[in-house]
Design a protein around this ligand. Sequence first.
Ligand code: ZN
Length: 78
Amino acid sequence: MSEVDCNVVLERLWAFLDGETDEASCRELEAHIEACLHCRNHADFERRLRAVIQAKCRDERAPLALRAALDRLLSGSQ
Ligand SMILES: [Zn+2]
């Protein structure tokens, strides 16, 4: 039984996408994302978002305001 649930996945999603999670939790997150449509949609969305951000904005400052706005958007629309 995995300890990973949706909240854990969403909490760690950015670290996961950054490759900052250790290998064991990386695999757990991956397995959950594979199996969970909600988290998969979320991960897809953030992956695409990050690609856009990286393409458009090479600024070192993480777009925290943008991320907060998106979090609000996502929680409001689901
Ligand atoms: Zn999930």
